[in-house]
Design a protein around this ligand. Sequence first.
Ligand SMILES: Nc1ncnc2c1ncn2[C@@H]1O[C@H](COP(=O)(O)OP(=O)(O)OP(=O)(O)O)[C@@H](O)[C@H]1O
Ligand SMILES: [Mg+2]
Length: 489
Amino acid sequence: MSTQPMLEVSGVTKRYGGLVAVKDLSFSIRPGEILGLIGPNGSGKSTAMKMIMGVEKPTSGRITLDGAQISGLPSHKVARRGVGLVFQHSRPLNRQTVLENIKVALLPDSLIRLFADPEVDGKARAIAERVGLGHVMERRPPTLAFADLRRLELAKAIARHPKLVLVDEPFAGLTASEVGQFSELIREFRTEGRAVLLVDHNVKSVAALVDRVLAMYLGEWIAEGSAAQVMADPTVRRVYLGGALTTVARPESSFKDVNAALQVENVEVLYGKAQALQGVSLHVHEGEFVSVVGLNGAGKTTLFNAISGLTPYSGAIRWAGAPLRDLSAAAIARLGVVQCPETRELFGDMSVRENLDLGGHLLGGQERSERLEWLFDLFPILRSRQSQIARTLSGGEQQMLAIARALMMKPKLLILDEPTLGLAPVILETLSKALERLRATTSISVLLGEQNVTFALPHADRVYVLDHARIAWEGPPGRFEAEAAATYL
Ligand SMILES: Nc1ncnc2c1ncn2[C@@H]1O[C@H](COP(=O)(O)OP(=O)(O)OP(=O)(O)O)[C@@H](O)[C@H]1O
Ligand SMILES: [Mg+2]
């Protein structure tokens, strides 16, 4: 490994009005090195990446690439110097095919006339194969599975052979085997002598991949060293890693409602010719916490959208004995069946407070302010950011706002679709405690969809496994490991 740093970040600060998102941050990365950047939600990781890429301008400080200053350059010039960014969220051209998306990334704007060039075509195909998109090259992004969309972002980033690759949360929402495949691709970057800056909340996978870790908190450097050293650092443990999740499942016989509050019977959903749900039946008792686990594409979101009135289906779905089929999504929400969707669906141009007030618009004044207080205690960051525009929140802060907005509606049945996406471990602990408090003090029912069983199992009284559009297993969480884990996940 060369000892000369490729990237040097020296004393960089970024302010947004009164908020200091990144404060006097310094670090460097050598060629052929993978540096992991960790820290709680909102600690400035994405902001640091955006400043390196030239998407955001540092308020002060200096960034150099191979000795030449790049801070202050616009992002297309930074890209030309050899930096590529894989964004936290996918943003493909939806009307072009996968192959065309890669070609667009291959060609600077002035050379777009070379689009049909066989050499460009060959290069784009090679990149598609390399990241595992070979079988979907001719498809358009809206038809792709979640992991393939992430692969496409990776393909676009490497199209111009960057010497420095910035990767923001590549593992979020991926299954264990997909995380393995992505890690392998990132390892290849290292072998090729590229430098990599990697941000992700999947601590184990980051630790297994990186050469070195830097931890941030409130915009500042707090620790740096080997993964083992940084993870053992007391401050990192306190502000980022948090403690273990422990809860106790209650047996189904302890729920007194004979007819379960939510009944899903033989539900089928077709998207064109593709069967998204096949003969799905499940139930949730009043006060019961039920987890639906399954890989990406198994049908979890489709199931939740059917319950919430967002997707047409055949079969029956009943809430408190009454069929939901002919009700609008809004009417279903008024009955107390509230979904916090995977896609968050925040009002991006409205403030944090406005988003919460919209959630609580059906509550009386007194009840609404009590609820708001409770949520601000739960997620203190939302209290201090009430007037911030939602779309400028960090990834994890947006997730907290989406969960808080759903809770603002005082749901009787709360449907959480992949709530752990993008949340720091310490916030998972907060969310876990909040769910426990709801479980102990209210009769709320929770239906939780996750491919991350480490969160789904501790919070379930009962578990269903959804596999290829069907319910493949049902039972208490204690039996999951022995009976279902190996076959379905
Ligand atoms: N335009 C903006 N105006 C005000 N505050 C902003 C703006 N952009 C970002 N911030 C704030 O800066 C802080 C750092 O955000 P950043 O996206 O860098 O966090 P992060 O470490 O990537 O977090 P996460 O793990 O949740 O993605 C956050 O508190 C965020 O709300
Ligand atoms: Mg981020």
